[in-house]
Design a protein around this ligand. Sequence first.
Ligand code: IPD
Ligand code: CA
Length: 277
Amino acid sequence: MSGPDREPGWPTGELEQLAIDLAAEAGALILARPPELGVAATKSSPTDVVTVMDRRSETLLRDRIAAARPDDAVLGEEEADTPGSSGLTWVIDPIDGTVNYLYDIGAYAVSVAVCTGDPRVPGAWETVAAAVFNPVTGEMFHARAGGGAWLRRGDGAPARLQVRDSTDLSAALVGTGFGYRPQVRQRQGEVLARVLPQVRDIRRAGSAALDLCSVAAGRLDGYYESGLNPWDMAGGVLLVTEAGGAVLGADGGPAGTALTVAAGPRLAPALAACVQA
Ligand code: IPD
Ligand code: CA
């Protein structure tokens, strides 16, 4: 880890290290038994799957959080909310990019974020520390509020991340993603048809958490998606802002389920306007 603790009140350095440790342990669990364990259930549509490993990864994360931080709340993708009394909530996605995992495409991640406020209400929460770990590439993205955004590969030293200072939407490489329900996709397809001719190109990697980390790392100029849940974005948004980027929502409001737009500060308003035109 690197950078000073500038957030008074919370032990942000310790929280960041715990997020890193948790994401690494869950990532190792996921890699140890690749996807043949298969699908356990479906959620919002028949293509919105939960694998056995989604559940095992979330159980491991919850067990570790309960042991290390018993007063904190937990909001996770696959299990019921755990209330807390400390004012902190761990927002966890046990496998973000589950469809990639199912098809053995190496673009999925464990996202572990710890937030103040209410992570279900747009604008009412802040991530104080986070780790997003891709177990296939061994890339650990991590950040704490005021401490910068960092990428560690394997056992190497962390490298500080910086968003691209892009200004020209027509030259921007833009990531996006789609929900699982056909009616939602219909609308997302219409937005995409409008955005595509106005940008350099589009990428759909299949993990919102990694898309946000790609913006932080300068691998994308920007990213937008509607329909995200708190666990998809709580970790990645801190990476973007700590890498100098901006995260916007619909109609100039805070990022949330309606819309999340992330980019360098000079490109973000233009990208937000473009996807809402
Ligand atoms: C999904 C991924 C995907 C995004 C979807 C998410 P899951 O999360 O992040 O990239 O487009 O909106 O639901 O289901 O793989 O955890
Ligand atoms: Ca997810």
